[in-house]
Design a protein. Structure first.
Length: 278
């Protein structure tokens, strides 16, 4: 009986010590923090283009080749019709130039007579628009291997009856705290409209892709702070004009600051077969 009591006493004491040792550990020390996995940095190409620009189709072909090389999830192009060679349209012809596009052109031209086409690559600090088309592919090559401080995710819901688009954009921090601007754009593919060609002819059947249509949250976006290991999300809604083809519409969202574009993503508002298979 004494031996049994001794064993019970030892067991009770051991359990008490274990409980005491656990309770003495600070709450913050009980969990081991696991840093989020690294993510690649996608490249945003802002193509300052125009329907009356004879060299712009060549620029488009170069961008198309870059996208084929790296993939459409890694290189995201937006054709911003703007500037002196942009065309706003008339009663006979479709124009793709927008007031917001002209704001971007004026900003990037910075008081100069900026040639078209010109392209901005991830708004890299210290680098403005590049109008030498021969340097575009190399510029993407310099950025493509960089790691990003955050990832961007887009979730779209579209009501075909009301033509209302609802979008949730989330930015997930993977390396430190990032402050900057969140920009949300609408772009459209497959628009048939006039385009001046390199030989000076006017191609009335030209198909324009990744055309900038609208800035959902203002010309320069809105403030955002993204902390490591956390997601910051914003919701938006936009009613599509009747002349826009919803099947060809995508949302482009990116976070940028004084260092450039932290990351960018693109997603169709109507799910395509290739997206379903992913």
């Amino acid at each position: 009986m004494k031996l049994k009591n001794i064993f019970l006493g030892v067991a009770t004491a051991t359990m008490a010590m274990a409980a005491a040792s656990c309770s003495n550990i600070d709450e913050g020390d009980r969990l081991i923090y696991v840093k989020p996995a690294e993510v690649g940095r996608a490249v945003l190409i802002e193509d300052l283009t125009g329907q009356r620009c004879i060299n712009c189709p060549t620029g488009t072909d170069i961008i198309t080749g870059i996208i084929k090389t790296y993939g459409e999830d890694t290189v995201i192009a937006v054709g911003i019709h703007c500037g002196p060679l942009g065309f706003a349209g008339n009663s006979k012809r479709v124009g793709l130039k927008t007031d917001t596009g002209d704001e971007y052109y004026t900003h990037w031209a910075n008081g100069t007579n900026l040639g078209q086409p010109s392209a901005i690559f991830n708004r890299k600090k210290g680098k403005g628009p590049i109008d030498n088309l021969n340097n575009w592919a190399a510029e993407v090559g310099l950025i493509i291997s960089e790691k990003a401080n955050l990832s961007v995710n887009i979730a779209n819901a579209y009501d075909a009856k009301t033509r209302k688009l609802t979008t949730k954009v989330g930015a997930f921090g993977v390396n430190g705290t990032v402050s900057g601007k969140l920009q949300v754009w609408i772009v459209e593919d497959g628009i048939k409209a006039m385009q001046l060609m390199p030989d000076g002819s006017a191609n009335q059947e030209y198909i324009h892709n990744h055309v900038f249509r609208a800035a959902v949250n203002g010309t320069w976006g809105e403030d955002i702070t993204v902390k490591e290991g956390e997601t910051t999300s914003n919701d938006y809604s936009y009613v599509l004009p009747e002349t826009w083809n919803a099947d060809n519409i995508s949302v482009v969202a990116f976070v940028y600051n004084g260092n450039g574009v932290e990351n960018v993503a693109k997603k169709h508002i109507v799910e395509h077969e290739e997206e379903t298979e992913k």
